[in-house]
Write a protein that binds this ligand. Structure first.
Ligand code: MN
Length: 317
């Protein structure tokens, strides 16, 4: 029976999808995001097996998502491998979805562990690339897997992968699908000259764009922000925070009728909750991790988002 893979399009999501592809072979890969997950689930007909990897469940759609998972579970197998905090008051225990959790482990590590018996042990390095990509290479299992490799080689490979993925368009799903198939055969990122070329160009761009962020960053209270600068939102948010010496950095870009954002901090433990709350107040969605979150809100509400985010950070401090 074939499988439908729903995965996030970043390094961790791609490595997770590669591991699941290596395990299941006959797969169809769909890249998605927390904001689009419900829509994707609704479009899957009954009778399919589904694996969801590295896609957070949003607070806003949690009940509808659970209904969709129940529908798909009734006629096929559903596996959910993710490391984002679950929305409050949501338990997946009542529905027959297969899940695992392990503290600090990224989706690639969870996927490797879940499919371990079906995988060539050398695929462990794909799990390690994903872990490095998500800053999650410090877990007991990844450290143990790293002992079988010379870690310097793997950091080079992961670096190429991360830079190349930042360098292609977020929605270049054809490129990402090819990359998943390539990695599922355990082939090296450095052996693909095109990937290396994109990664090198991205490194050159990083060096320039850090200056652009430095010169255009604005600050409102505890929040530093940049908008529409044409660079990786995650990196732009990180450097906006660093250069403005703010508590939180935000990088935003307008896409159609919405604004997509990355939000970064280093010393908080609830950034995902704050971002999700503010985004929902403004008719959007948001979520993520304790110090790295994302959101999508309607166009035009960005100044209000920044204002409310600052207010909420003050309340929570
Ligand atoms: Mn992840």
């Amino acid at each position: 029976m074939s499988w439908i893979i729903l995965a996030h399009g970043d390094c961790d999501g791609i490595c997770s999808a590669s591991l699941a592809t290596a395990a299941k072979k006959d797969v169809k890969i769909i890249f998605t995001s927390p904001a689009n997950l419900l829509f994707e689930l609704k479009s899957i007909p009954e009778g399919n097996n589904v694996i969801i990897m590295d896609v957070a469940l949003t607070h806003k759609y949690k009940n509808e998502i659970v209904l969709e998972l129940k529908r798909l579970c009734s006629s096929g197998e559903v596996i959910y491998l993710d490391h984002h905090p679950l929305p409050s008051r949501l338990s997946l225990r009542k529905i027959p979805v297969k899940t695992i959790k392990s503290k600090g482990a990224c989706a690639s590590e969870l996927t490797y562990v879940f499919f371990e018996e079906e995988l060539n042990p050398e695929m462990s390095r794909v799990a390690i690339y994903g872990a490095i990509g998500d800053y999650s290479d410090n877990t007991p299992r990844i450290k143990e897997l790293l002992k079988k490799w010379d870690k310097r080689e793997l950091y080079l490979e992961a670096g190429i992968l991360v830079a190349a993925l930042e360098g292609v368009k977020k929605r270049d799903f054809g490129f990402k699908r090819n990359l998943v198939n390539y990695l599922s055969e355990n082939r090296l990122p450095s052996s693909d000259r095109n990937l290396v070329e994109i990664a090198l160009r991205e490194s050159e761009k990083d060096e320039k764009m850090r200056q652009v962020v430095k010169n255009s960053v604005k600050r409102h209270g505890r929040v530093a922000y940049v908008i529409n600068i044409g660079w990786s939102l995650g990196k732009a948010a990180t450097y906006a925070r660093a250069y403005a010496d703010a508590l939180v950095g935000v990088a935003a870009e307008e896409i159609d009728e919405n604004i997509d954002m990355s939000v970064r901090s280093v010393s908080l433990n609830n950034l995902h909750k704050i971002v999700s709350k503010v985004a929902e107040e403004l008719g959007g969605v948001g979520g993520g991790h304790a110090n790295a979150a994302g959101a999508r809100i309607p166009k035009g509400l960005f100044p209000e988002f920044i204002r409310r985010l600052d207010e909420m950070l003050l309340k929570n401090s």
